[in-house]
Design a protein around this ligand. Structure first.
Ligand SMILES: *Cc1c(COP(=O)(O)O)cnc(C)c1O
Length: 421
């Protein structure tokens, strides 16, 4: 372990990294900035920057309304199909639309309506708060209100055994994050989906924190429903639309609760009655945001070129390296590892807890030029995006984090928090 604190070790690992050249595809004009927040907002690709200009000046400015027939109308399915390759789904099973929260709403309500008569939705307390709020809202909208059972965890590990005990023949839906946003704990898709299916419940996975960094094979795991985010590891840009996945055999059985003209079998017939599209398109609602949808594609193309297995191998090597540095430097300074130490149980970010976590993260950003993010109550989250994060970023980020504490730089910061962290 000791040799890992040698800066040359990081340089050596970068030199051996077969994915290192992908970093050149990103706009990185501040060489001193260590960006460890790609799990909240991925970096800008050079290609997305030129595409944005083309979208505005040529496609919108010159093509005008003709743009819809020259590609815009197909973007959601086309890019969804490519995202499908990242998660083990077929091209006609994934579509880009709306936000993750809204997609979750549509799929969860469709699922509980399908399993009408069952009275429970099961989730856990590691799930993203918006997901919990949505599930509570869905529970109230069903014909007979359901109960949302939030299975408690120890704060780091998914409560698999307690979930197994809670999921029963009265469970309509099990909804969980594949990789959890705070601790990075990552569920076994196959095993938990099987638990739901054994009880006749539908399973809905939120892939927001895993897609693009943790490989998934939704088909092999027999997953019926999933949603996910594109502005994190897919580098789609701030607020870029999300995706939803419905396994082929479920597409006709479920109904979109927000029926709109984009889900109509013939949207431009302007028929007064709703006739739903026979494929996944019936889960669309209104006009898509073309500019931000189109900007998702370059990031997805780049991840496909790098390969999910290679990205995962690098991510595991990098998060393990970060944990080694934590052991050597930060554990003695009062930092706790709030993520699983076993690589097979974690995603691509590591949470370090510290009693002064908020102030330390502020000092790290303002004085040390390192961008992590902070999640209550004490988590400094360090996101590793293997497509552009270097081993030397991890070395230098951790070195600066240590310095914030050894030089007591955080003591100048108040304990009160900003709204967007
Ligand atoms: C990021 C994230 C979201 C974000 O949802 P929005 O609708 O885009 O705000 C939802 N769920 C999970 C698990 C996330 O990580």
């Amino acid at each position: 372990m000791t040799e890992n604190t040698d800066p040359n070790y990081a340089v050596q690992l970068d030199a051996q990294d077969l994915l290192a050249h992908f970093r050149e595809q990103f706009v990185i004009d501040d060489p001193d900035l260590i960006y460890l927040d790609g799990n909240s907002l991925g970096r800008l690709l050079k290609k997305s920057s030129t595409l944005a200009q083309d979208l505005v000046e040529r496609q919108w400015g010159k093509q005008l309304i003709r743009g819809w027939n020259e590609g815009w109308i197909d973007l959601q399915a086309q890019i969804g199909g490519k995202i499908g390759q990242l998660i083990g789904a077929d091209a006609d099973e994934v579509i880009v639309a709306d936000s993750t929260s809204i997609n979750l709403f549509k799929l969860a309500l469709a699922a509980v309506k399908f399993n009408n008569g069952r009275s429970k939705i099961i989730t856990d307390d590691l799930n993203f708060p918006s997901d919990l709020y949505i599930l509570h809202g869905v529970a109230q909208l069903a014909e007979r209100p359901l109960q949302v059972q939030v299975v408690p965890s120890d704060g780091i590990y998914g409560p698999v055994e307690a979930l197994a005990a809670a999921i029963d023949n009265d469970t309509a839906l099990v909804a969980l994050s594949h990789t959890t946003f705070k601790s990075s704990y990552t569920y076994d898709l196959t095993a938990v989906t099987q638990l739901a299916h054994n009880a006749g419940a539908l399973m809905l996975w939120d892939m927001s924190h895993s897609v693009g960094s943790v490989p998934a094979d939704l088909h092999a795991a027999n997953v019926p429903l999933a949603v996910g985010c594109t502005y994190k590891y897919l580098n789609g840009g701030p607020g870029s639309p999300a995706f939803l996945y419905i396994q082929r055999e479920w597409q006709a059985r479920l109904g979109n609760p927000i029926t709109g003209w984009m889900g109509h079998a013939e949207m431009f017939a302007f028929d007064l009655d709703y006739q739903r599209d026979t494929g996944l398109r019936h889960f669309l609602t209104g006009t898509p945001p073309v500019l931000s949808t189109a900007l998702i594609e370059p990031g997805v193309d780049l991840l496909l070129a790098a390969g999910m297995d290679q990205l995962r191998a690098k991510s595991v090597q990098q998060s393990s390296y970060l944990i080694d540095l934590w052991h050597a430097w930060l554990e003695p300074l009062g930092f706790r590892l709030n993520s699983p130490e076993d690589a097979t149980q974690r995603g691509s970010h590591i949470s370090l807890g510290h009693d002064d976590g908020w102030r330390i993260s502020q000092a790290l950003i303002n004085e040390m030029h390192v961008i992590p993010d902070f999640r209550q109550p004490d988590n400094i989250r360090l996101g590793i995006a293997p497509i552009y994060t270097r081993f030397s970023d991890i070395y230098e980020g951790m070195r600066r984090l240590r310095q914030v504490v050894t030089d007591r730089l955080y003591e100048r910061y108040p304990a009160a928090q900003n709204t967007v962290t």
